[in-house]
Write a protein that binds this ligand. Structure first.
Ligand SMILES: [Zn+2]
Length: 207
């Protein structure tokens, strides 16, 4: 009987995780002022329930003037994400995973999300997940989160990575993996031409 109760508890935990909340405005498309509606690669619709996807944005901040520019933004469905990931070498992927595991303490993040009652997205993206430098002091960073339909999921994301962490992560990728990522950039649609130029020059690691 005891065992049954434990099983029941476990099922409950699985059902509750990850927690889903309304999409925060920080992860809306800057271009439309609304949540992303389709995958920036295959154009599949994203807002139906049980459609998993990620949104990634790169932001450049001019701290002195307190203004910011979006360098790039896109949404990517899990199928396209898996396809992109398959192009990276096993070694590159292991290096990245090891880097995140040893620097970002993902397990602690995940547990903190699980325990949290009040979800304020800013408390999760308020500092670089690796260096802990406050977002307000970062001149450039990337933010990423995962979504299910019209909800954002709290997993180890949302998180932000500042330039120092991104630089270190790029160093962990083989030249071939970097080439593959650069090729993949060309498949991301819906980007204005001036942003596309910035995007091509920017560091791009894909989490
Ligand atoms: Zn897609």
């Amino acid at each position: 009987m005891n065992n049954d109760f434990e099983d029941f508890e476990e099922e409950q935990e699985i059902e509750e995780f990850p927690k889903l909340v309304a999409i925060p405005k920080e992860f809306y498309s800057e271009a439309t002022g609304k949540p992303f509606e389709c995958c920036s690669v295959c154009e599949k619709g994203l807002l139906q329930p049980e459609t998993w996807y990620m949104v990634e944005k790169a932001v450049k901040r001019y701290v002195k003037y307190n203004v910011q520019d979006i360098i790039f933004e896109y949404a990517i469905c899990m199928e396209c994400h898996a396809e992109m990931e398959a192009r990276l070498s096993t070694e590159s992927k292991q290096n990245m995973q090891e880097y995140m595991r040893s620097h970002a303490d993902l397990e602690a993040r995940s547990n903190a999300f699980y325990d949290c009652e009040n979800f304020d997205v800013n408390s999760w993206i308020g500092q670089c997940a690796v260096t802990r430098v406050p977002r307000a002091e970062l001149t450039e960073y990337q933010m990423v989160a995962s979504f299910n339909g019209d909800k954002m999921a709290y997993t180890v994301m949302p998180l932000i990575l500042g330039m120092k962490a991104l630089d270190e992560m790029v160093q962990l990728l083989s030249n071939k993996s970097l080439d593959e990522l650069n090729d993949f950039k060309d498949r991301i649609t819906g980007m204005p031409p001036d942003l596309r130029e910035l995007f091509k020059e920017s560091k791009f690691v894909m989490i």
